[in-house]
Design a protein. Structure first.
Length: 413
């Protein structure tokens, strides 16, 4: 029998991790209820995790900052929120902690959990295989189990003596959107007879600020009449998904930016990024989880990213991998075009996006390669009951296993 009504700490700091966190809360509740148990959930998360039952100590949107100069600018606020988390952990003493991605904060919390004797399951590995490999020591010392979502990560961690398991990628298990093109168009002011292009600038406020203006320039260039074009009658509409972790003020800033830079163009703000990718002909996607989502949905895309000069200069010296896009890392080759920093210009993006819009070798080749990436991200193993667990379900099983182990230690069984 496991501990009755344990407190579990679940924490995510960005849109993608927050989505996984909400799914994990539901899976944990289901698995515990099957054993006649309940749990209290505390931690860091956004609206979706709160709706799934998390009592948040800190809101995810208050911590979602990336890049050296960006972190420095917001350091006082981040430090204050971090201290709130630490105080709550010491006060509540959760039975198990699940930390989802977000290493800048979570690796520091992992140390505290270790000091308190609380087992840590780290879900979605920090990309230390790409840079900051010195962090492996923190993981070796403070993380009980590493649940990785990319198959090549297992070998890296096991080589360093970390208990790692490939659980599959959560997005690989999600069904494709069922909303029809007509219904999605009606909800978002889009014409289903037009060609839709998705523009995904990222989920962090600074990513939107740095990426969206240039993306809107892409829309302007594509929307210009081209008498010499093979299909001069082609009509485009552009979709900009809004991340769930954006607060009301941040969403208002996105609206203001689109109205200012996209005035007169067919640009629509939408809330469902997956549906936007599913119905888009092609996309421009900021490097991050959204690139995996686009790959799994099978939507041809171009990857972009831009950071401050200082952040880029430091990252360029430290990054140890040949590609930025996860799809390229999994494939082991450059199958998706990466337009980073100086190459992040509207004219260059359009140059690489146009071949993906028309039927032809470029589009067909990318769609075939994206399907191969999707296959690699699906977990093939079965659990002890002969059933195939998805990534989130497997992580929930790990949590229950840790609870049962702790209960056995207490009872002396």
């Amino acid at each position: 029998m496991i501990v009755t009504s344990p407190t579990l700490f679940i924490s995510a700091g960005e849109a993608s991790g927050e989505h996984y966190g909400a799914l994990l809360l539901a899976a944990l509740r289901k698995q515990l209820e099957a054993k006649g148990q309940r749990a209290a959930f505390i931690g860091m998360g956004g609206e979706r995790m709160e709706a799934a039952g998390l009592e948040h100590i800190v809101k995810a949107e208050d911590m979602a900052v990336m890049g050296l100069t960006e972190v420095i600018r917001h350091l006082p606020r981040i430090w204050g929120e971090f201290q709130k988390l630490k105080a709550a952990i010491r006060r509540e003493r959760p039975a198990v902690a699940v930390l989802i991605d977000f290493p800048e904060i979570h690796l520091r919390l992992a140390k505290l959990f270790h000091e308190l004797g609380i087992p840590v399951i780290y879900f979605v590995s920090p990309q230390i295989w790409a840079w900051k490999q010195h962090r492996i020591k923190q993981i070796q010392q403070h993380v009980r189990r590493m649940a990785v979502i990319f198959p090549f990560e297992v070998e890296f961690y096991r080589k360093h003596g970390v208990n790692a398991e490939f659980v599959g990628h959560p997005l690989a298990e999600m069904p494709l959107p069922t909303i029809s093109r007509e219904e999605f168009g009606a909800q978002n002011g889009l014409d289903p007879t037009h060609t839709w292009i998705a523009l995904l600038p990222g989920s962090r406020p600074h990513e939107i600020r740095d990426h969206l203006p240039e993306m809107l320039e892409v829309a302007w260039l594509l929307d210009m009449p081209r008498p010499e074009a093979a299909f001069p009658s082609e009509q485009y509409e552009f979709m900009v998904p809004m991340a769930h972790t954006l607060n009301q003020e941040q969403r208002a800033q996105v609206v203001e930016l689109v109205e200012a830079r996209g005035s007169g163009m067919p640009v629509r703000l939408v809330d469902d990024a997956r549906a936007a990718l599913f119905h888009a002909r092609a996309s421009v996607v900021a490097s991050g989880t959204a690139t995996v989502e686009a790959a799994l949905i099978g939507n041809p895309f171009v990857v972009i990213y831009h950071v401050s000069r200082l952040t880029y200069a430091i990252a360029k010296r430290m990054v140890k991998v040949p590609h930025v896009a996860m799809a390229n890392l999994i494939a082991g080759r450059r199958m998706v075009q990466e337009l980073i920093q100086h190459d992040f210009k509207a004219s260059i993006i359009v140059q690489h996006l146009r071949p993906l819009l028309a039927e032809g070798p470029a589009r067909a080749s990318m769609m075939k390669e994206l399907a191969e990436v999707g296959h690699a991200l699906r977990r093939g193993e079965e659990n002890c009951n002969g059933k195939r667990s998805g990534a989130v379900e497997r992580v929930a099983e790990m949590v229950v296993e840790e609870l049962e182990h702790k209960s056995q230690q207490i009872t002396g069984a």
